[in-house]
Design a protein around this ligand. Structure first.
Ligand code: PMP
Length: 393
């Protein structure tokens, strides 16, 4: 039965656009022999000891809800991890909530801070869920475009240009999905000065903080003055290869986590219990596995970026995450055309850059979270595709 003119649906649900990434996955799903550089998740299976910890928790009968904010021992371990890894202190009792992925943490952060009409500055190209999350919380996203000339790093002056009296927060993602760009300490300090000057909050999505390749990572709340202005979002999906476990966390001053916890307890109750036991093991004993994965991503990154530049797709060296974001402008095709033709002619799936925001046009996102052999074959096919474009003949 079709609902009468969709009249049962909310205006906001009707107006939400489906994710632009989906279209390409659906197209690729019907084809054989496709090499996918499209997916945004690790190709590694979660470490055995982490899986075993979850199994053990089930054997021991730990099948009930945990505390709303998460297992106390997990929050304690997250607090120690944040100190050890990023030199920031958070109280396990009042400043940390374990969430259903970073995704839910972003959702409840928006809902906790936004009144109708409040603006959030969203730095594009960015992860596809930020804008819908702002809108679903009643806020208004204000987009700012990073530029390839700046290696897709945001300049504080670009943000200042769009600040109004309604601006509540900045949504920041570093290392970034889809560009892989990462702000260094000095760049974060410059951003922090501007944030303080305008009395703003930052929702800092640091889900890729473990996956950095050249310089040491600086977490935004570690910058003087920023701890009390930051809602730090992170999780286990990327660094610990645990996407399917659906486990993330948020760290913020207690006034903010207090509000977030109220929303979390009504909407979700608590994150999955067995996944929390798994995460506990990941934080306690998972370091060497993370280091091994980082080594492997670094090798693949170096290969893919060098190869793209050799075949005429200019590509900056991404500091983190597992995405390369080469320009395809030299081909004369739009991002959508490039991705579609590459998939149909060479069976290589990439994501057109414009699905992440306006300045992503002219680029494609290629995930190197797949084996080096697959990446080598994909690059070979991409070279063949480019060499045989009508404009090159
Ligand atoms: N933030 C960014 C930037 C991401 O790329 C992703 C996953 N693609 C998420 C958040 C969501 O992560 P999770 O699996 O923890 O919900």
């Amino acid at each position: 039965m079709e609902l009468a003119k969709n009249s049962h649906l909310s205006k906001i649900a009707k107006e939400l656009k489906p994710s632009g990434i989906r279209k390409f996955f659906d197209l690729a799903a019907g084809m054989e022999g496709v090499i996918s550089l499209g997916v945004g998740e690790p190709d590694f299976v979660t470490s055995w000891s982490v899986r075993e910890a979850a199994i053990l928790s089930l054997e021991q009968g730990n099948t009930s809800y945990t505390a709303n904010a998460g297992l106390p021992e997990l929050r304690n371990e997250i607090s120690l991890y944040m100190q050890r890894q990023f030199q920031v202190e958070y109280s396990p009792e009042t400043e940390i909530i374990v969430t259903v992925g970073a995704s839910q943490a972003i959702d409840i952060a928006m809902r906790a801070i936004l009144d109708p009409g409040d603006e959030v500055i969203v730095i594009e190209p960015c992860f596809v869920s930020y804008i819908p999350m702002v809108q679903l919380a009643g806020g208004v996203p204000v987009q700012v475009q990073t530029l390839k000339e700046n290696d897709f790093k945001i300049l504080p002056s670009q943000i200042e240009e769009v600040i109004t009296e309604k601006t509540k927060a900045i949504m920041l993602c570093s290392p970034n999905n889809p560009t892989g760009s990462m702000l260094n300490k000095k760049e974060l300090e410059e951003l922090a000065a501007m944030v303080e000057k305008h009395d703003l909050l930052v929702i800092a999505d640091e889900i890729y903080a473990e996956l950095v390749y050249d310089e040491e990572y600086t977490s935004l709340p570690a910058i003087p003055g920023m701890r009390d202005r930051t809602i730090l979002i992170s999780g286990f999906s990327k660094g610990f290869a645990m996407t399917g476990w659906r486990l993330g966390f948020v760290c913020a001053p207690s006034e903010i986590t207090g509000a977030m916890l109220k929303i979390h307890q009504y909407a979700i109750m608590c994150a999955p219990t067995m996944a929390q036991y798994a995460a506990l093991e990941a934080l306690r004993n998972g370091r060497s596995d993370v280091d091994d994965m980082v080594k492997s991503y670094r090798r693949r990154r170096n290969f893919i970026v060098q190869s793209f530049n050799e075949i005429g797709l200019t590509c900056h060296m991404p500091g983190g995450a597992f995405y390369a974001f080469p320009s395809i402008e030299s081909t004369g095709l739009s991002s959508q055309e490039f991705a579609e033709q590459l998939l149909l002619q060479e069976s290589v799936a990439v994501v057109p850059g414009d699905v992440f925001g306006e300045s992503g046009n002219g680029h494609i996102r290629c995930s190197y979270a797949t084996s080096l052999e697959q990446i080598q074959e994909a690059v070979k096919r991409m070279k063949h595709f480019i060499d045989n474009l009508p404009s090159k003949k």
